[in-house]
Write a protein that binds this ligand. Structure first.
Ligand SMILES: [Zn+2]
Ligand SMILES: [Zn+2]
Length: 299
């Protein structure tokens, strides 16, 4: 199983960290988790297009996680996708997508008539709303949803993705959440959001103290995320969905390292971890971690 971080950012506009989204690639199944700003560009940069997706999973309906859904649907069609897009999301996803497609219907009708592509089936959506439990399975890859604590947002989920004896857990957006820790127990990797409280400041005219406290309350602070990974006894931890997107990386590593002693990565857009081979790649660099992070080598 390979995990590709497509976007590691948050609602901040940052050209180095685009909106949150991840690909999971397994023999016979390729899935997308969340659909943040810039997802289609990052997919192409990673060597994939909308043709390749077997299913899309949404953790919750916050804009930073879904804002490029129409872009994905539309460009998948232009990329020659020859099957409907399967989208799995929490309660409210059907209403959202019906409204989204209705808004674009006049533009799409014109475009379909004018571009005369061989197939328009990619513009058909198969939308499934899920609660906690197993959501989907294909070719030995299984996705299970775990309700997390992102209140006041309801219907927010993390995902446990399993296949070939490997298990990756994606937190979605959550504050400290015992149910997620339980679901992540002994996972090969936990891909977790982080709120770097030292770096998130009141900005006159932009961010109030009240707003700051509210945002912090539904994310996982950087002095807590290491405890989450340690309590879950995961093999390794990848941090993503950085709030804010620019921060002191050394200070963050030191902070998380106090609680978690396993492999720890500050995720970057287009970073890839192959759990099957224990290989990490980023830019032109390739690092083989051998038994340190190869699922079959667990002691
Ligand atoms: Zn978010
Ligand atoms: Zn959120």
């Amino acid at each position: 199983m390979e995990i590709i971080l497509l976007g590691t950012g948050c609602p901040n506009v940052d050209p180095n960290r685009l909106g949150p989204s991840q690909l999971v690639v397994h023999p016979g199944a390729t899935i997308l988790i969340d659909c943040g700003s810039g997802v289609t560009q990052r997919m192409v940069a990673a060597g994939f297009t909308g043709r390749d997706l077997d299913a899309v999973f949404l953790t919750h309906l916050h804009s930073d996680h879904i804002v490029d859904l129409f872009q994905l649907i539309s460009t998948s069609w232009q990329q020659g996708r020859d099957r409907p897009q399967k989208i799995f999301g929490p309660r409210g996803t059907k209403t959202y997508l019906e409204g989204l497609m209705e808004l674009w219907r006049p533009e799409l009708d014109l475009r379909k008539a004018h571009e005369a592509r061989p197939s328009n089936v990619a513009l058909d959506l198969e939308v499934t709303e899920f609660g906690s439990g197993e959501v989907w399975s294909q070719a030995g890859l299984t996705v299970e949803a775990v309700e997390v604590d992102h209140r006041p947002v309801r219907d927010a989920f993390g995902f446990v993705v399993s296949g070939s004896g490997e298990r990756a857990v994606f937190s979605g957006d959550t504050t400290y959440c015992p149910a997620l820790i339980q679901a992540a127990r002994k996972a090969d990797v936990l891909v977790h959001e982080v709120f770097i409280h030292r770096e998130f400041k009141v900005i006159p005219g932009i961010r109030t103290a009240e707003g700051l406290a509210n945002v912090q309350s539904y994310h996982t602070r950087s002095d807590v995320v290491g405890k989450v990974a340690a309590e879950a006894e995961v093999r390794g931890l990848i941090l993503t969905h950085f709030v804010p997107t620019r921060f002191d990386k050394t200070a963050l590593l030191e902070e998380v390292r106090r609680d978690f002693s396993g492999p720890l990565l500050i995720g970057e857009d287009l970073m890839r971890l192959d759990l099957t081979t224990g290989t990490l790649s980023y830019g032109g660099a390739l690092l083989t971690m051998g038994s340190l992070w190869r699922s079959g080598a667990r002691t």
